[in-house]
Design a protein around this ligand. Sequence first.
Ligand SMILES: [Zn+2]
Length: 105
Amino acid sequence: MRPRKVPLRKCVACQQMMPKKELIRVVRTPDGAILIDLTGKKPGRGAYLCGKVSCFKLAKKSKALDRALKQPVGAEIYDQLEQDFIAVEEAFIASKDRVDDDDEA
Ligand SMILES: [Zn+2]
């Protein structure tokens, strides 16, 4: 059995290589805003984090997003992103679970 080839990205916090769909993308838009991009399609420089708040906290502590996005990220932006991250984490996990859940009807 050969593993299927999936695109891998590195989590900027824990440095683990993970399949893209396991990661949450943070994007710096062309106008300089930093946001969570659940679609993975927003234009701008992206950084990937595991879909776990623990990794976000690690990124915040180590300022990993500053380096990945090549822009200083203020503490208030980290705080805002952390709230957004917590808000999207459930939806993110739910959307992954839904895949095994389609024999319900
Ligand atoms: Zn991670």
